[in-house]
Ligand binder design. Structure first.
Ligand SMILES: C[S@@+](CC[C@H](N)C(=O)[O-])C[C@H]1O[C@@H](n2cnc3c(N)ncnc32)[C@H](O)[C@@H]1O
Length: 427
């Protein structure tokens, strides 16, 4: 790509455009940026480039003759290149990433004409200019800053100028969205943490998080772009649904805590279970649709010190049982095998949340508590199962590091679908 900038201030523009990345690209011959002094092409003794406007008014107007002569010289030296003559003007079309892409794709020679004073003689624009580009709806004293912006945005799209194509395809405006937030070391700065997802090395999760952030940022910072964005990709549509679900979430405004349940907690535990049972019925999942789990089950869990409550502030929001007893049904996975066959495992049973906390993030907190209690109890792994149609629980378990190990039949609910999927987390 060759760019000729016609200006009254060539040395300032040259300096800026030959620093850093563009300077190195020019040294490698990937781009060529020439800053040409318009004044060198005047035909009067004073080297005058401007004159008073016909009809009166403030300031001076740049004359057509030096501009045309300067343009002719650069066009002649450019030879057979595919050229585009652009006048930087507040009256032009606003410059966008799409414009930069188009100019880089369709031309290998750009001539950028910088006006000054009150602008340039209109006859030069009519006779010689292919298009007018504006940096935005404001007025600069000259076209140089706009020419530098256009040159920079176009040149960084030239293959080889940046180390990888992803350097610009991942950025704001490439596909109509803003970029996701970026972080670098240290991990904690003035008490602010880098989002955990970026630290775990799980690239699929990072990609998903970044795309979601792009969508959210564009929605919040640039609703005009969001309205026009293309969300036809399946992945984007799923993220939009996720964002809708997030908006319905109960806000967690209080601290979360966990403690072992006591006998006097039984009424609230049964309330949580009845809420969970209702939700399962609504989702047509044939789990907990009979008597199970009963007050007796929880009473026995409490006696053994294996039942726990999760609190949001003062409110009991969830319940679970973590049992160290051998679970005979787990000995026979129908089509799979535990990774920790001989290990000392515990089993997560009877986990439930109050319906209003679904999707609030409490379930992740619950699983973190499970892991902590299991670790402090010296267990090697946690096992659990969920109904084969319970997709929500399945994705929660997978997201929190549990692995699917196979299918299992459970007999706790006679007369109901006994098929369960078994999961395991190695500690
Ligand atoms: C003071 S301006 C002239 C403005 C002109 N009289 C008008 O009102 O449209 C001088 C020069 O700065 C450049 N310029 C000013 N604002 C610009 C913008 N928003 N985008 C690109 N170039 C601009 C143009 O090259 C213009 O000729």
């Amino acid at each position: 790509m060759r760019i000729d900038i016609l200006t009254l201030f060539p040395s300032s523009v040259h300096t800026v455009l030959h620093e850093s990345i563009l300077g190195r690209a020019a040294a490698k011959g990937l781009i060529e940026i020439n800053c040409v002094q318009i004044r060198d092409y005047t035909e009067n003794r004073q080297c005058q480039v401007d004159d008073y406007p016909y009809g009166g008014g403030w300031g001076c107007v740049m004359m057509a003759q030096p501009l045309k002569k300067c343009l002719d010289a650069v066009m002649k030296s450019a030879g057979e290149r595919k050229s585009r003559v652009i006048y930087l003007s507040p009256q032009g079309q606003p410059f966008t990433q799409e414009t930069a892409k188009r100019l880089q794709r369709e031309y290998d020679h750009l001539v950028l004409v910088c006006g000054h004073y009150e602008g340039v003689d209109e006859r030069f624009v009519e006779a010689c200019v292919d298009e007018e580009i504006s940096l935005g709806d404001f007025v600069l004293t000259g076209g140089e800053i706009a020419a530098m912006a256009v040159s920079d945005a176009v040149c960084r799209l030239v293959p080889g100028v940046l180390s990888d194509e992803a350097c610009y395809t991942d950025e704001s405006h490439w596909d109509g969205l803003l970029e996701y937030p970026q972080y670098t070391r240290p991990e904690v700065w003035e008490g602010r943490h880098v989002p955990e997802v970026l630290l775990n090395g799980d690239h699929a999760k990072i990609t998903h998080w970044r795309r979601k952030q792009q969508i959210l940022r564009t929605r919040d910072k640039r609703p005009d772009l969001y309205q026009k964005a293309d969300f036809s990709l399946k992945e984007d549509r799923m993220i939009l649904q996720e964002i809708e679900r997030d908006a319905l979430r109960f806000p967690l405004t209080e601290a979360l805590s966990c403690r072992t349940a006591r006998v006097e907690d039984l009424p609230v535990i049964l309330q949580i279970v009845s809420d969970a049972r209702r939700i399962l019925a609504q989702r047509r999942i044939d789990q907990w649709q009979g008597d199970y789990p009963t007050e007796k089950d929880f009473s026995a869990d409490i006696d053994r010190g294996e039942c726990y409550l999760i609190f949001h502030g003062e409110e009991a929001a969830g319940v679970f049982t973590l049992s160290g007893s051998h679970q005979a049904e787990y000995d026979a996975l129908t089509d799979g095998k535990w990774a920790c066959e001989t290990g000392h495992y515990c089993v997560l049973h009877r986990a439930a949340l109050l319906a209003k906390y679904r999707g609030s993030g409490i379930s992740r907190f619950l699983l973190k508590q499970v892991e902590e209690i299991a670790c402090s109890g010296g267990f090697d792994s946690v096992r659990t199962d969920t109904h084969r149609k319970n997709k929500g629980m399945r994705s929660l378990l997978l997201n929190e590091g549990f692995a699917f190990r196979g299918n299992v039949l459970v007999s706790t609910e006679p007369g109901h679908d006994p098929h369960r999927q078994a999961f395991e987390k190695i500690l």
